[in-house]
Structure formats: C-alpha cells, structure tokens
Design a protein around this ligand. Structure first.
Ligand code: MG
Ligand code: MG
Length: 255
C-alpha cells in the first residue's frame, strides 16, 4: 500500500532531508585517493550521531537479505552498482575510481534516502560523462514526477534519456517509497511507459534512483549478500533524491 504523508510528517522529512544533504556533502568532500571506505563510514556515523539522528541502513534487513546491513553508509566502487559494505573489508580509494555513496537517516522517526557518485583523482572522460549523465537522468525523473502523472512517466523519462546515450540500466534495482521504512511501496522502476503504473498523488514520498552502467543491464549479487555488481565488470553510477509529490513539481527533500 502506498502511504500519503501528512503535512506535519512532510515538515519532519524536510528537516531530515536537509540534514542528510549536508552530511552526504561532507562525506563526499572526504572522497579522495588514499582514503579508506572505513574512514567514510566512521565519518558518516559521527555526523549522524552529532545531529541526534540515526543511520537508517545500519542493522536494516531488506526483504530477502540473510543478515542485517552492517554499516551506516553504502560505498560502491567502479563495477559495484549499489549496497557496497564499507567496513568489512575496507578498500583504499585509487586514482580513477568511481565512488558511489548512499545514505539514509532517520530524523524524528522518518527516513530520507539519497546517493551520489564521485570521481576520485583522474577519471576517464567516459566515466566522468557516465556520472554527469546519471545525475541528469535523476533530474529528468524528478521533473517527470509531478502530481497527476504516473510511476511509468518517471521510468520513461530516465530510460528515454539514458538509452540513446548507450548506457545500461541496472535490471531489478529501482526507486521506492520511503518515510516510515527504508523501502515502502511503490516500486519505482528506471524504465517505463508514460501513463502506466500508479497515479502520483500529493503527499507520496518517493526515492528516485537511476543506476546506469557503461555496459550491461545485468546484475550479480556478491558473496557478501549485499553488493550488486555489473556482470560484465562495466562501471556504474548512481544518484538518488527523496522527493515529495505535490500538485505541481515535486519537492526535493535531500538537496
Ligand atoms: Mg539510497
Ligand atoms: Mg533508495
């Protein structure tokens, strides 16, 4: 069932999203060659704790997972698409890496979710373009998500931008409702048809998150039970914002 958040809940989500946006920017500034993923995890936890909020992903067990997620932040490198674990076998960021950060925080009981991909050191033009275009794909999706349109319009906007550029769109991974839980209904695919799927109604809170690759759509789950990678080893990018549907353009919570 798709929940509609009250105006009071939306005010809390706005504040949570604002805090998340600041934390994600601060952690992003730490992403440099030679920094370990453990340091990013520790820094994210410190910032969340200082604000008096909690890390929504830490100890969260998504549907189908065999164990709780062990970290506050997901850090996914290069061919890793999403849900990389930063603190079990910490990785030192290398020159030319693509580093995706995905973070959720719970503020006064309500969750917002956001992700960015960063370029460490000297990244190839092709990789840099992938990152820029993935961000643009997110904004195309957000633009399509105004009240009175449908879930399919979001996927259509993302797909019709990304496919002609030759990018893969990771299959089976999608955006979602968010707020009371990390993952709520509806499922928000990154491909779709205009006018199809659920009607977008004011008060719906959605996390939109295109995941684009330089190669395949196919994904494989790593032995750690969380990290999704491209099956062909091609690099991936991921951007995400939590938004509120209104009568007109959506409100971006996590800017
Ligand atoms: Mg996320
Ligand atoms: Mg998400």
């Amino acid at each position: 069932m798709i929940s509609i958040k009250t105006p009071e809940e939306i005010e809390i989500l706005k504040e949570g999203g604002r805090r998340l946006g600041i934390i994600l920017r601060k952690v992003s500034e730490k992403v440099k060659v030679g920094v370990s993923t453990q340091e990013l995890e520790d820094y994210a936890r410190k910032l969340i704790h200082e604000g008096g909020d909690t890390a929504s992903f830490l100890n969260y067990t998504p549907h189908g997972a065999k164990r709780p997620f062990p970290a506050a932040i997901c850090v996914s490198i290069n061919e890793e698409i999403v849900h990389g674990i930063p603190n079990e076998e910490p990785y030192i960021i290398q020159d030319g890496d693509l580093v995706s950060l995905d973070l959720g925080i719970t503020h006064q009981g309500l969750i917002t979710d956001s992700a960015v991909t960063l370029c460490a050191g000297n990244v190839s033009d092709k990789d840099r373009k992938l990152v820029e275009n993935c961000r643009e794909a997110l904004f195309r999706g957000i633009k399509a998500a105004h009240g009175g349109t449908h879930i399919g319009d979001i996927g259509h906007a993302i797909e019709s931008f990304a496919r002609p550029l030759g990018y893969g769109i990771s299959e089976g991974l999608a955006g979602h409702g968010v707020g009371y839980k990390v993952h709520e209904d509806p499922f928000v695919p990154n491909e779709g048809e205009r006018g199809r799927g659920e009607l977008l109604r004011p008060g719906m809170v959605l996390a939109l998150e295109p995941m684009l690759t330089l190669g395949t759509d196919k994904i494989i789950l790593d032995a750690d039970g969380y990290t999704y990678k491209t099956t062909d080893g091609s690099r991936a990018a991921h951007f995400e914002h939590s938004i509120v549907i209104t009568d007109s353009d959506p409100i971006i919570l996590t800017k």
